[in-house]
Structure formats: structure tokens, C-alpha cells
Design a protein around this ligand. Sequence first.
Ligand code: ADP
Ligand code: MG
Length: 342
Amino acid sequence: MRKPSLWAFVLFLLLPLLEGCGKNDTVYRTQGHVFGTQVEVSVYGESEERAQALGAAVLKEFDRLHHKFHAWQPSQLTALNDAIARGEVYQADEEMVDLLKSATVLAEQSNNLFNPAIGHLIRLWGFQSSDITEHGPSRAEIKRWVDANPRMSDLVFDGTRISSRNTAVMLDLGGYAKGYALDQAARILRAEHVKAALINVGGNILAIGRPGDRPWRVGIRDPRSEGMIASVALQDNEAVGTSGDYERYFMKDGKRHPHIIDPRTGETTDLVASVTIIVSGGMDVGLRSDGNSKPMFVAGPAHWREIAEHLGLKEVMLIDANRNVEMTPAMQQRLASEAGPG
Ligand code: ADP
Ligand code: MG
């Protein structure tokens, strides 16, 4: 079930209404569809031609990453997965190794609540598809892949050669590669000395600089309506990421099954409607904004605070399935200070 709301979502980008029509005061936007979602690159402070060329360069990079890390169409990732399933060694490259090593660190830090090695479970539930349809895997099938205990720490790196101690590992970077794409986009734009840009990959957003006097502002979606629950200003090198139960999910017997799976049980998680986190600093804000929302989502209303603290996440908002809004003090302060008069 996929609601026709993606464009509505993109509209949440509240582009500042820039006054003055000087050529370089305009925000130029390049849009596309990659990673099964809408992407948008907004560039400020450049001529239209240059902004378009930069947008095109970023989209080209997204396309490369999409094909390299695709989880179910033939890609380097599926080739690696095939090798793992056969118990063979795969000759990868540095980029793949670095990405998987960083995912392994987050998996371990999160006690494997973030676990991109559970591709078999993600596939079993029908989420390795562009069309989400009702699925009902049997308990025995689920148990098989939970008991096989696939972990990122099963991977063995020998230079750029990768193998796995566990043939049940199937890598799925659906909750991680878009974050990497954001970081790559930021690298491209910064290398070109772009002063201000906003990159949106399906609701994971990274900000560079500020467009004029005011910062970039983005909306946080209300998971149960087409509206917004809040908007937030992003400073340079901040990224915001959301995991939600309202875009990729199916309903079965009155129960909602979103595309995030609890690796401990192999079941979909239905206690959380959305988790939004803001991270800043370093060369990997995109990755952190994407990867870290999964452990919060899986930990759920009862445990997300302890996991957030453990992962060092300061700005987190969780909306549970009953639409109760909870957040860290830092997130609360930030939203309050930005609400302004009225
Ligand atoms: P989006 O697809 O909108 O970026 P998320 O960032 O929330 O959504 O990522 C969800 C995806 O993460 C799923 O489609 C699946 O590929 C993957 N995934 C599901 N459960 C987990 C988990 N426990 N750990 C890591 N990745 C997961
Ligand atoms: Mg994501």
C-alpha cells in the first residue's frame, strides 16, 4: 500500500521566500526519482546553469549508488549476497567495505536493533519490492531466519575481500544507503564550493549553509495526516531523518505492518508511527540520520530513550501508534525556540 503522498511530502520543504531577484538569490531545484523515492537538490547562491549542472551531478551519483547497492535487483550488493549464501568470498571495493564497516559499528552499538543483515526477513515480509502487498509469512519461516541469527559482525573483511561466517546473512541497505547518498551529495556540492544547499532523499534531509539571512527550514510530517506536526530550521551540516509506518506498509487483519522489522522476533513493529532524529557534525550526518532511526523505531515507546542515550542521540522525536508525541528535552527546546510568536 503506497499512498500517493510523496509529493505532498516533498512540499514540506519550506523553501524560504527569498526576496530580491538577484540572480544568485534564487533557490534552484533539481528533482528526480531514485531509491524508489523522490529526491530533490536545492541550490542557492549559484547561477541557474551551475545549479542545474550541480543538481545533475548529484542525481547521477544517486543513480550510481542506487544501482550499486540495490537490495533485490542485480547489483554489487546482490552479488555479494549471492557469494555469502554460497559460502564464497566476494571481491568488493573500498567504498562497499567502508559502508559495511560503518553499518557494523552501528549494528553493534544498537545491540543489533539496527541490523541490515536481516535481508531474508525483509524479503519474507514482501518489503523487497517497489509495490508493497499483503504478506503473511508463517511462524516457521520467520523462526528459521531469526534462529539463523544473521549479524553484521558475521562479516569478515580481508582488505576489500568480504565473506561471512554465517550464510544466513543477506545485506539490505534500504535503511542506510539513502543516508550515504546524502553524504555523497554533500561531498560533491562542498567540493564545488556551494555556499548553501538542501538535499532531500525521500524525507532524509541534509543542509549546507543557509540561503541568505535565514536558515533552511524543513517540516516534520504528521504520520496520521498529510499535514505537518512541526517545522525546524537546519543549520549547516545538520541532517534530519525519519522512519515512519505510513508510506511503506500493508494492513492485514486490521494490523499495520510497516517495513521496519524487529530483528529479535522477525516481526514487523506496530507500536511506533514515526521517529525523527536530527544529527550534526562530521562527514557522516546523512548516514547517522538514516541508520539511527531504525533502533529507535524497533525499541519502541518503552525503550527508545535508553537506546537514544546509548547511541548519543540528543534530538529525537517519537510519535507512537496512538499518536502520542514524545521527545528528548533537546528536541523539545529546539522546536519551542523555533515556534516563535503564535
Ligand atoms: P525509507 O525507506 O523511507 O528510507 P527507513 O529509513 O525507515 O525508510 O528504512 C526502512 C528500511 O530499512 C526497510 O525498507 C528495510 O530495507 C530496512 N530495515 C528494516 N528493518 C530494519 C532493521 N531492524 N535494521 C536495519 N534496516 C532495517
Ligand atoms: Mg531512510
